[in-house]
Design a protein around this ligand. Structure first.
Ligand SMILES: Nc1ncnc2c1ncn2[C@@H]1O[C@H](COP(=O)(O)OP(=O)(O)O)[C@@H](O)[C@H]1O
Ligand SMILES: [Mg+2]
Length: 390
């Protein structure tokens, strides 16, 4: 139905090898009937008035990775109001081994509650988790300004996305764990104390749960190292702790013992979980505690600007690690200049350029990006259109 990714081969000297998007086409995607961007690997600045469609474009890019994207809404909601009812995002991803075409979307007529979308890689159908091995995408949005203040689940999702950068299978494991968890919740809620059925689900939860916790602990160690090694103190150093029983236990116990221990805990907790209407223990409850080290203060009681700076420091540490492994992330930085003073803005831009990251940055005011100059590609967004503004 939609042209999800015809092959466009971009001629580029080998010396300019980079990893990122060279082409992006969105069709019937929110405010866009069709829009196309040609990209050359520099960071991308998107400016335009409120409601112009900047975040919509970041959302389109976020759907090139596994999951529901930066807004996390049902897929049918994304289709353009006056369009045919479906939507598509097609992109060409430049990789070290050559270009890869990615296409994703839903067909017109997809039911509103549909939980899946189609994904094609080089024209072949693929599962969303295949995207995780191709692209590492990390985003910061205005909604995340409250990341340290609101509940644990957003912080856990944020951290799990960082884990996926190192371990692409992590997302699929979290989904498998969640499926088993939901089914167990449903059985307990319906008073179906079928021992074999519950035990099967609990075994799955224990297997996936320990693997999830182990991947988190590994990423945590990497991030701590990168945060400590950071050369600049423009972004305050964050102290990270995973507040979860499995994660804490992994420091002392072998994974096999832990798996059996967690499985037995789940069996013992059936009654209490049934009464509570949810599972009270497990890696789905883990929180990421963040501390402003220089101030010796919990992130949630720092100023809004300091919280943003802490978050950017974590994202940059993660990007440095991934870039060093040859898999630099795409950064989606929505309204990034808000709450950042000039010094921090300049440091952020310098680091993005130094790491060769394709960061997509949005803002209403073009002057906030002036110091980037020709180091970035500039686009002007207005109601359903995107124009090159270099
Ligand atoms: N499904 C949709 N169909 C058409 N327009 C949409 C749809 N969803 C959102 N929009 C429009 O997109 C605009 C918001 O775009 P957004 O990217 O959030 O703006 P901003 O440039 O401020 O980030 C709103 O004006 C909204 O009406
Ligand atoms: Mg916006």
């Amino acid at each position: 139905m939609y042209p999800t990714g015809e092959l466009i081969v971009v001629d580029r000297p080998a010396a300019q090898a980079w990893i990122g998007l060279s082409r992006l086409v969105v069709t019937d995607f929110r405010s866009y009937a069709r829009a196309e961007l040609a990209l050359d690997g520099r960071p991308v600045v998107l400016t335009g008035e409120n409601g112009a469609g900047k975040t919509n474009l970041l959302e389109a890019i976020s759907l090139l990775s596994a999951g529901r994207g930066i807004r996390g809404v049902p897929y049918a909601e994304i289709a353009r109001d006056c369009g045919a009812g479906g939507w598509a995002v097609a992109a060409t991803l430049e990789m070290a081994q050559g270009p890869v075409r990615i296409g994703t979307g839903i067909e017109p007529g997809t039911e509103p509650a549909a939980r899946s979308r189609s994904v094609r890689i080089d024209g072949e159908p693929a599962g969303p988790s295949a995207l995780a091995t191709l692209l590492r995408t990390v985003w910061l949005t205005p909604a995340m300004d409250r990341l340290f203040v609101d509940g644990a689940s957003e912080r856990r999702h944020f951290f799990d996305r960082l884990v996926m950068g190192f371990d692409p299978a992590h997302g699929a494991r979290v989904n498998a764990y969640d499926r088993a968890l939901r089914e167990r919740n449903r059985l307990l809620a319906d008073n179906i104390f079928d021992d074999a059925w519950l035990a099967g689900l609990e075994t799955q939860m224990a297997e996936h749960g320990v693997a999830i916790a182990a991947a988190r602990v590994e990423t945590l160690a990497r991030l701590r190292g990168a945060l400590e090694a950071a050369e600049t103190d423009v972004f305050p150093r964050a102290g990270l702790v995973l507040d979860g029983t499995l994660e804490a236990a992994l420091e002392g116990e072998a994974a096999v013992d832990l798996e059996d221990g967690f499985r037995r805990t789940l069996v013992e907790m059936r009654g209490r979980d049934a009464a509570a209407g949810r599972a009270l223990a497990g890696p789905h409850r883990t929180d990421l505690a963040v501390r402003h080290m220089a101030q010796d203060r919990e992130a949630r009681s720092c100023s809004t600007g300091e919280q943003k700076a802490l978050l950017i420091g974590i994202v940059l540490a993660n990007a440095r690690l991934l870039a060093a492994r040859g898999t630099p992330p795409l950064l989606l930085l929505d309204e990034i200049a808000a709450h950042l003073d000039g010094k921090r803005r300049a440091a952020l831009f310098d680091e993005i350029v130094a790491l060769g990251l394709q960061a997509f940055m949005t803002g209403a005011d073009p002057s906030l990006f002036e110091t980037l100059g020709a180091r970035a590609q500039n686009f002007r967004v207005a109601r359903g259109t995107i124009e090159n503004a270099d």
